[in-house]
Design a protein around this ligand. Structure first.
Ligand code: 2P0
Length: 325
């Protein structure tokens, strides 16, 4: 009747942006991600106490109404699948700033899917947990898996789940997360995606070019080709942000610190280091490099006035149930 699960956030190297089916939360394009070691959510779900409604706490505070609505909708799906009518208490802790473009919904819904189904007495296979997590947040489907994961898109007949391309031991890359603003972002990814789909003249081109990016990225990851992975990750990130900027009204998640980090990454590359950036729906910049270069890169990023803090990550593990401690 109660369970705790941990799931890690991920960064998309090829981005998901836009849905083919909003109600079933099916992405219009495939995406490929890397799960991160130090960005995680730990979620406990308890069906034991008789409650008149669900109670949800994030970092010890009651969830805001918009978050509450998404979580209750998700828990309704868990109740439908497990044929229970009990309400539950959810307590979730993030190791990093929430809703600031650092994929807290990815780790959050992955941990919730695993913990809630386990607490309700119906533990899932990773593939089924991934398909369920996707209903909460598209990127959450990928956070079920450690290492590199791919989420197919584009087929409304098929309710997709992510698949693991390579586990967290396959390629010991370093990801430095440069935090330039730790407050919640002004526009949610979900709203921003719909605005882009409806109001950007470039949306069709985004969908048309995604398949090729995914194929190239998968092959480059599997041969541990950092130069190709990095260049394509930058391209996918800039293409996605360019797409958002071209919506009406245009969406800009960046701040001056975001641009400063991008420029410093370009400087480091001119100096001969294999260093690359990617940016999700927020102002933080995730920087990829080889493990041996991490101290040099960290020093340079921390010297920038726009960088508030840096989180150092390696590839992270799959979502899992935690035994009682
Ligand atoms: C991604 N992002 O592939 C892309 C890149 C952010 C930028 O997926 O509407 O919270 O809940 O499915 O997964 C963030 O959006 O969106 C996201 P919903 P989600 O990681």
């Amino acid at each position: 009747m109660d369970a705790t699960a941990v799931a890690h956030a991920n960064i998309a190297l090829v981005k998901y942006w836009g849905k083919i089916d909003t109600a079933a939360n099916i992405p219009a394009v495939g995406s490929l991600s890397l799960t991160l070691s130090n960005l995680w959510t730990r979620t406990s779900v308890n069906f034991r106490r008789p409650l008149k409604e669900d109670r949800v706490f994030i970092n010890e505070h009651r969830a805001r109404p918009a978050v509450m609505k998404k979580v209750v909708h998700f828990l309704d799906e868990v109740r439908r699948r497990t044929e229970t009518d009990r309400y539950c208490e959810v307590r979730s802790i993030n190791s990093f700033p929430t809703a600031a473009g650092m994929a807290s919904s990815a780790s959050g819904f992955a941990a919730l899917a695993v913990a809630a189904m386990h607490a309700a007495g119906h533990p899932l296979t990773p593939t089924d947990a991934s398909a369920l997590a996707r209903l909460g947040s598209g990127s959450a489907a990928r956070s079920i898996f450690g290492g590199f994961a791919e989420l197919p898109g584009g087929d409304p007949a098929n309710a997709p789940a992510a698949i693991q391309i390579a586990d967290e031991h396959f390629w010991p890359l370093t990801v430095l997360v440069a935090i330039t603003d730790d407050t919640p972002k002004p526009v949610s990814s979900r709203t921003a995606m719909e605005m882009t789909k409806l109001h950007s003249p470039f949306y069709a081109a985004w969908v048309d070019t995604a398949g090729r990016d995914l194929e190239t990225m998968r092959a480059a990851v599997l041969r541990r080709d950092l130069e190709t992975v990095g260049a394509l990750a930058e391209h996918s990130a800039l293409k996605m942000h360019g797409l958002m900027m071209s919506a009406r009204p245009g969406l800009l998640y960046w701040n001056p610190g975001t641009v400063a980090v991008i420029q410093e990454v370009l400087n480091l590359r001119k100096e001969g280091l294999a260093v690359y950036f990617t940016i999700d729906a927020g102002p933080q910049v995730k920087v990829l490099c080889r493990r041996r270069d991490k101290a040099t890169v960290a020093d340079r990023l921390l010297a920038l006035s726009g960088v508030r803090s840096l989180m150092l990550c390696r590839p992270g593990p799959s979502a899992r149930v935690e035994e009682d401690v």
